[in-house]
Design a protein around this ligand. Sequence first.
Ligand code: SAH
Length: 235
Amino acid sequence: MGAETVNAHDKHPHVRGFGMASARSRARLVERLRGLGIDDETVLAAIEKVQRHQFVDEAMTSRAYDDTALPIGYGQTISQPYIVAQMTSLLIAEGRPENVLEIGTGSGYQAAVLAEILPSIYTVERIQPLYERARRRFAELGYRNVRARLARDGVLGLPDYGPFDAILVTAGAERLPKALYAQIADGGRMIVPVGPSGDQRLMVIYRDGANYREQALDAVSFVPLIEQRADERIG
Ligand code: SAH
């Protein structure tokens, strides 16, 4: 994806010349993630490659490689790199899912990290300007294996494109999003932060035929997954 990246720089004069510095910053970020226990070399290589500064506003460029969540507008955030690395590691822990669905495109960063590793990513977002911005980034950066969709309620998934070998929810669900279970392929998994704000845990749901095994992992903190009430739904 090298050539596309250079073009993207030309279109964004504010980051022109930031290339070398950003490569060093990414190398430092990867060392930090290693120190925090991320040991999947495939994941670390993807984090080293994806230019996170392309996924935040100009004013945030200098903080793009800090290991923190950053605001992306509309009350939303780009996830902390450690969390992106952890979720991606869980997703590929036992093989390479071919068909992945992400719910909560946000900046598009997590989808780009997945796209460095896996062949096909669908990602859905409910806030139109974020969706449009992310789409533009995927095009400019050459991520042709990411398909972005605007969805009023991503909790309903994308039944027409599933089932998915893996589903990654990058917003915090109040309770387990059971509506998505049927879209997990047999043998597949879903990774989702679950719980009320201030008390969320990362959960992994493994599907084995008609059985779904739920595993609770670390405490996490995500912006809320917005579920539309049935009476608000159109069509
Ligand atoms: N993965 C993102 C971070 C996501 S922040 C990144 O790498 O930058 C969570 C995102 O989920 C927000 O953009 C929010 O608008 C979106 N979201 C919340 N509820 C949603 C829903 N029901 N359907 C689709 N997107 C949703």
